[in-house]
Ligand binder design. Structure first.
Ligand code: GLC
Length: 555
C-alpha cells in the first residue's frame, strides 16, 4: 500500500454492508469471502477505501448497530480468518478498509448489559446510565421518533430506568465510567491490530450526559475522542477516525478539534442542502452552507455523501427546508421515516440520468472526500414497502441471473427481496449489463473516478472560491491547489440556461474541459459566456499549459 499520510483526503470511499454485497455460501446473506471475491470490481470502479457497516456479533435488530459482542464476527458473515483474508487482499489492491464502530450503545443482548441488569450491585451496573426517574435529562430530543417515546426504558428486575438515545434495545454506555472508556480503546486496538485502517464512529455526539444540556457535543465527548486519536497516532499511525455527528455546522466542525480529534466528519449540513438547491433551482443554499462549514484544519476533511444506509436525514434543517424536501422528494407518506426520507439516489431524482450525473459531479468536485453508497453507481432502486430503512439495503444487483446474481440460495431465503420494480428491475439495472453498455451510469461513474484520480490533489485538498455572477440557477466555483485550478459550473435547474462569468484573473488562459479534454476558447476581456443544458455541468481545467498550437477541432 502507498504510505501517503493524507490518503483519506485524496481518496474516494465506498460504503458497503457485508450482508448485501455477495453471498459466497449460498445461505442468502452476503459474507466476507463474497466481499473479497468482488474486490476486483471495486478496484476497477476506482475506489480507494471501503467503509464496512457493522459486522460484529449482533441480534440484528438495528442491522448490526446493536452489538452483542465487540470481539467477534456475526457468524453468517464468516470467520475471523475470512475477515483477515479480505483485509489483506484489499490492501494488496491498495484499497484501505475502515469499519463502523458503535461506541455510544450496545445491544441489550450484550453480556455487559445482561450482567448489569442482574442486580444493582453488579460490577457492570455502572457501565450503563440508570435513574429512578424518567424525568432526568428532560428535554433531550428523541432521535427515532417513529418508534420511541422516551430516552428512558424501565428495567423491571432492578426497578430502574436505563438511558438510550436510539432504540430501547440499545442501552447507552456510561462514559463517565473509566472502565468503559478503557474497554472501548481495547476494542479499537483489537481491530486495528487485525489490519483495519480506521473507524467510522457511529453516533459520536451522545457519549456523555449532563443535566441541563442537550446531552449532545459535550466537552467531555471531545476530550475522549482526543484521547483515542492520540492513542491511534502513537500506536497505529496512518489510521483514521471518521465522525458520524449529525449536527448544525458550528457543532459538526468542532469534531475536527485543532486537527487533533477526528480526521474526517460527514458533511451532514451540506447533504440535504445539495438536494434543496436542486429543488429550488437556486445555488444560494449550497454556497451558504459551504461558507459555514469551512475552513477546517489542513489535516482534516469532510466526507461528502449523497445517500447512505439511513434515511436522508432532515433533523438539522429548518421547518421550511424540510417541507421543501418532503414536497419534492417524498410524495408518499411511506417514503418518510423519523425526520427523513428513506430512498436511494436514483428514485429520489425520479431516475433522471442528468440529475444523477450532476449530483455525482458535485460530490466529486466539492471540497471533501466522496463516499459512494453501494449500488448507487449502477442506479439501483429501493423498496419503500420494506420496514425501517431496509428498503435501501437490498442485495447488490450483479447480473440478470436468479437473485440478481447476488446468491444462488432459494429466493425466499435471501435476507431481503431483490428490487423488481419495473423501473429498477435487476434484469436491467445490474453490473454485468451496465459494464456491457458504453453509455451506462456505471461506465460514466468509472470515467468520472478516473478523471478525479487525475486531479486527486486539486479536488481532494484544494480550496474553493465561488465566482460571483447573476444567474442563481447556476453554481460556479474554482478549486485551487498550488498552481492547479479547476473551474466548475453547474446548472441546477430543469431548464437550459446561460451564465456570463467575469474572469479577469484568468485572462489569456485556454480552458480544457476536464472529462473529454475538449478545448475551449481563450479567456479574454469580455465576460466568458456559457450555455448549459438542463442539469448540465462543466469541469474546466485552467492549469493546462497554453495549448494554442494544438488544433482545437479535428477538421
Ligand atoms: C447511526 C447509524 C444508524 C443506526 C444508529 C443507531 O445513526 O447510522 O444506522 O440505526 O446510529 O446505532
Amino acid at each position: 500500500m502507498d504510505n501517503n499520510p493524507l490518503w483519506y483526503r485524496d481518496a474516494v470511499f465506498y460504503e458497503v454492508p457485508v450482508k448485501s454485497f455477495f453471498d459466497s455460501t449460498n445461505d442468502g446473506t452476503g459474507d466476507f469471502n463474497g466481499l473479497r471475491m468482488k474486490l476486483p470490481y471495486l478496484h476497477d470502479l476506482g475506489v480507494d477505501a471501503i467503509w464496512l457497516l457493522p459486522f460484529y456479533k449482533s441480534p440484528l435488530k438495528d442491522d448490526g448497530y446493536d452489538i452483542a459482542d465487540y470481539y467477534s464476527i456475526q457468524p453468517e458473515y464468516g470467520t475471523l480468518d475470512d475477515f483477515k483474508g479480505f483485509i489483506s487482499e484489499a490492501h494488496a489492491l491498495n484499497i484501505r478498509v475502515v469499519a463502523d464502530l458503535v461506541l455510544n450503545h450496545v445491544s441489550d443482548q450484550n453480556q455487559w448489559f445482561q450482567d448489569a441488569k442482574k442486580s444493582r450491585d453488579s460490577p457492570k451496573r455502572d457501565w450503563f446510565v440508570w435513574s429512578d426517574s424518567d424525568a432526568k435529562y428532560s428535554g433531550v430530543r428523541i432521535i427515532f421518533i417513529d418508534s420511541e417515546i422516551s430516552n428512558w426504558t424501565w428495567e423491571p428486575n432492578t426497578k430502574q430506568y436505563y438511558w438510550h438515545r436510539f432504540y430501547s434495545h440499545q442501552p447507552d454506555l456510561n462514559y463517565d465510567n473509566p472502565e468503559v472508556r478503557e474497554e472501548m480503546k481495547n476494542v479499537i486496538r483489537y481491530w486495528l491490530r487485525l489490519g483495519l485502517d480506521g473507524f467510522r464512529c457511529d453516533a459520536v455526539p451522545y457519549l456523555f450526559e449532563r443535566e441541563g444540556t442537550s446531552c449532545e457535543n459535550l466537552p467531555e465527548t471531545h476530550e475522549y475522542f482526543k484521547e483515542i486519536r492520540k492513542m491511534m497516532d502513537e500506536e497505529f499511525p496512518g489510521t483514521i477516525l471518521l465522525a458520524e455527528a449529525n449536527q448544525w455546522p458550528s457543532d459538526a466542525k468542532q469534531y475536527f478539534g485543532k486537527g487533533d480529534e477526528f480526521h474526517m466528519a460527514f458533511n451532514f449540513p451540506l447533504m440535504p442542502r445539495i438536494f434543496i438547491s436542486l429543488a429550488r433551482e437556486n445555488s444560494f443554499p449550497l454556497i451558504n452552507i459551504i461558507s459555514q462549514t469551512l475552513p477546517i484544519p489542513d489535516n482534516c476533511d469532510w466526507a461528502i455523501f449523497l445517500r447512505n444506509h439511513d434515511e436522508l436525514t432532515l433533523e438539522m434543517v429548518t421547518d421550511e427546508e424540510r417541507d421543501i424536501m418532503y414536497n419534492e422528494y417524498a410524495k408518499l407518506p411511506k417514503m418518510r421515516l423519523n425526520l427523513g426520507i428513506r430512498r436511494r439516489l436514483a428514485p429520489l431524482v425520479d431516475n433522471d440520468r442528468a440529475t444523477m450525473e450532476l449530483l455525482n459531479a458535485l460530490m466529486f468536485s466539492l471540497p471533501g472526500t466522496p463516499i459512494i453508497y453501494y449500488g448507487d453507481e449502477i442506479g439501483m432502486g429501493d423498496n419503500v414497502y420494506l420496514g425501517d430503512r431496509n428498503g435501501v439495503r437490498t442485495p447488490m444487483q450483479w447480473s440478470y441471473d436468479r437473485n440478481a446474481g447476488f446468491s444462488t440460495a432459494d429466493n425466499e431465503q435471501l435476507y431481503s427481496p431483490v428490487v423488481t420494480n419495473p423501473n429498477y428491475h435487476y434484469e436491467s439495472v445490474n453490473v454485468e449489463s451496465e459494464l456491457r453498455s458504453g453509455s451506462s451510469l456505471l461506465n460514466w461513474m468509472k470515467k468520472m473516478l478516473r478523471v478525479r484520480k487525475n486531479y486527486s490533489e486539486l479536488l481532494g485538498r484544494g480550496g474553493i472560491r465561488f465566482i460571483d455572477q447573476k444567474n442563481r440557477r447556476v453554481l460556479t466555483y474554482v478549486r485551487e491547489y498550488k498552481d492547479q485550478r479547476m473551474l466548475c459550473i453547474f446548472n441546477l435547474s430543469r431548464r437550459p440556461t446561460y451564465v456570463e462569468l467575469n474572469l479577469p484573473e484568468f485572462r489569456g488562459l485556454k480552458p480544457l474541459e476536464a472529462i473529454t479534454k475538449s478545448p475551449f476558447p481563450r479567456i479574454g476581456d469580455l465576460p466568458y459566456f456559457f450555455t448549459l443544458p438542463p442539469r448540465g455541468f462543466f469541469w474546466l481545467n485552467l492549469t493546462v499549459p497554453d495549448h494554442e498550437d494544438e488544433k482545437d477541432f479535428d477538421d
